[in-house]
Design a protein around this ligand. Structure first.
Ligand code: URA
Length: 273
């Protein structure tokens, strides 16, 4: 059995970016879970990425897998790029390197010059090294991150890049209090994403597979939530971490204990009877 894996950050300019990441001096530990380390990216850094997707911040699954957008949000994002015919030629980064702690940290730090400057180094490196044809920002903070890049000196003089700002993949969960609200929110998200697909599909000239554009229905189907490709993950990551959702949870009797604890549960089906 041969299982491909993500080689990580062994090539410049990504090597230096991964070696010189910001920590508490830019990301205040009261607002970011810096104790779980920085999470940089997922996808291609090798000159083959055609789409750049920007998310918000990593959560517990990402802290374990050491790649971003691998939990519920990640599987939804994977289904989105699949509809554009992209099965591997994409790269994803987050607005923030660390998981936001609390309700206010995300908005409070979106204008921070140091955080923005480091993120812009990543965007520059990705655009310099890959033939990116379009960009998608998932959520309001990602949109601000992309606009901060466009306003930076390093973006000046580059050809305009097709860009869409879409709702964040887990906005339905964060905005709903009931099952009915959740269903309506998913529908709203998918309508929004369909608009994004219509805009992005003509901009992706080199998909991995030629697929006629098919829009989402009113809810996610299983086919809309593909496994995360092994090629996106560090070597040796268990297969179920790419396939399943909800295998990691923050647990604790106090806020401090919960912040310190991630519980990982392997599926029962993986264990011999
Ligand atoms: N996980 C990520 O890495 N980014 C998001 O925006 C959400 C979940």
């Amino acid at each position: 059995m041969s299982v491909p894996f993500c080689p990580g950050y062994n090539q410049e300019p990504f090597k230096s970016l991964a070696e010189n990441y910001p920590a508490a001096e830019l990301y205040p530990p009261k607002d970011f879970r810096i104790e779980w380390g920085p999470l940089f990216h997922r996808g291609r850094l090798d000159g083959t990425a055609r789409l750049l997707a920007i998310g918000q911040d990593p959560a517990q699954h990402e802290a374990v897998a050491r790649r971003i957008l691998v939990g519920t949000a990640g599987k939804r994002a994977q289904g989105f790029v699949k509809r554009l015919g992209l099965t591997r030629s994409y790269v994803m980064i987050n607005t923030y390197l660390y998981s936001v702690y609390g309700q206010t940290g995300g908005n409070a730090h979106i204008g921070d010059a140091g955080i923005t400057a480091y993120r812009n180094q990543w965007i520059k490196a990705i655009l310099d090294e890959n033939p990116v044809e379009a960009v998608v920002g998932f959520g309001g903070l990602a949109d601000k991150a992309w606009k901060a890049w466009l306003a930076s000196p390093a973006a000046a003089g580059r050809p305009a890049m097709p860009y869409v700002h879409l709702m964040h993949p887990t906005w339905p969960e964060s905005s709903s209090q009931s099952a009915a609200q959740h269903g309506a929110a998913i529908k709203k998200l998918l309508t929004n994403w369909n608009g994004g697909l219509n805009q992005l599909a003509p901009a992706i000239h080199h998909p991995d597979v030629q697929v006629p554009l098919a829009l989402y229905g009113k809810k996610f189907t299983d086919a809309d939530l593909p496994d995360i490709p092994p090629e996106d993950m560090p070597a040796g990551l268990p297969e179920w971490m790419r396939r399943d959702e909800g295998w990691a949870d923050r647990k604790g009797r106090t806020a401090k204990e919960k912040r310190r604890t991630i519980v990982i549960v392997a599926p029962a089906s993986e264990i011999p009877a």
